[in-house]
Every structure is written in structure tokens, then in C-alpha cells.
Design a protein around this ligand. Structure first.
Ligand code: HEC
Length: 146
């Protein structure tokens, strides 16, 4: 019983070996395997059609207006803030809560009139341009508020 089973296994094994061996036992003088053929350089690809002009990109959507609940101070206001530094010594750092009637200076004409009236401010009639005063007034308006 046992030996019979072993014999079958051996037979099967032998068959497998024979199968494998048979493949290897092909006559050596035969034609080389197809894989040995050197790949010949393929024909250069025919020039393709001329590249068509790139499609025009779709127009970009217009940028949505940025909601600005607190708009950044305009360049005039920012410039006026710098100019106001020379006023802060007498009128306080913030013209919105400043002293000596600075809150009135929301228009360039008011500023110039004040420069004329107050001797200590006469110098600004010469040192500040009309643009300077416009920017100062813009800044003071911005600080004083509506
Ligand atoms: C050396 C001190 C001094 C400086 C610096 C000065 N001021 Fe004056 N300013 C005064 C005095 C004093 C008054 C008069 C206050 C009053 O009449 O009660 C005055 C009044 C004013 C007034 C109010 C005018 C009105 O009708 O009541 C404005 C506006 C003003 N200043 C703007 C400015 C600005 C802008 C600057 C800077 C460019 C400036 N001041 C710099 C001293 C100064």
C-alpha cells in the first residue's frame, strides 16, 4: 500500500522532470531564439502635422470685488499721517481726540487759514504744499470721523 503510493509520487515526479528536461533537450544546433535578433532601428517617425496654434485660453473670470468692511487707509491718508507727525507735538498724537481745535482741520483751506492766524504755525505756509495740506486734511478727516 504504502510503497504503491510512493511509486505514484515518484512517477509523477519523473514525469515532471521529463517534461522539464524535454524542453531543455532541444537540439542545440537549431535556429537562435527569436529574442536574439537585434532590434533594428525603426524608421524615423514621419513628421507629424504642424502643431496647431494653442487654443486661446478662456478669459479668466473677472476677480470678484473684494469686500472691504474696513478699507485700508488711502495713500493720501497714509501720507497725511506721516505729515501730521510734525503737528502732534502741539495737537496730540491723534487728531481725532486732539487739542487746540485740530479736529477742525478737515479741509486744506481750514488748515491754511489756521497757519495764517496762529503765528506758531506760520511756518507751514511755506513748508507744506497744497498737496501736503490735502493729505493732512484727509488724514484728519479720517481720524475725526463723520
Ligand atoms: C508749535 C505748536 C503747533 C504746531 C506744531 C502746530 N500747531 Fe496747529 N495750532 C497751534 C495753536 C496754538 C493753535 C490755536 C489754538 C486755539 O486757537 O485755541 C492751533 C490751531 C490749529 C487748528 C485749528 C484752527 C482753528 O480754526 O481753530 C488747526 C486745524 C491746526 N492748528 C492744524 C495744524 C496742523 C495741520 C499742524 C501740522 C502741520 C499744526 N497745526 C501744527 C499750534 C500748533
Amino acid at each position: 500500500m504504502k510503497t504503491q503510493k510512493l511509486d505514484r509520487i515518484a512517477l509523477a515526479f519523473a514525469l515532471v522532470l521529463a517534461g522539464c528536461g524535454g524542453a531543455e533537450d532541444t537540439p542545440s544546433g537549431g535556429t537562435p531564439a527569436p529574442s536574439a535578433i537585434a532590434p533594428s532601428p525603426g524608421p524615423s517617425p514621419a513628421p507629424g502635422p504642424a502643431p496647431s496654434p494653442a487654443p486661446t485660453p478662456a478669459p479668466a473670470p473677472a476677480p470678484a470685488p473684494t469686500p472691504s468692511p474696513a478699507p485700508a487707509p488711502s495713500p493720501e491718508v497714509q501720507r497725511g499721517a506721516m505729515l501730521y507727525l510734525q503737528c502732534a507735538g502741539c495737537h496730540g498724537e491723534d487728531p481725532g481726540i486732539g487739542t487746540r481745535g485740530i479736529y477742525k482741520g478737515t479741509m486744506a483751506s481750514v488748515l491754511v487759514a489756521a497757519y495764517r492766524r496762529v503765528s506758531t504755525m506760520n511756518v507751514y505756509l511755506n513748508t507744506l504744499s497744497s498737496t501736503d495740506n490735502e493729505d493732512l486734511a484727509a488724514y484728519i478727516r479720517n481720524r475725526v470721523g463723520p
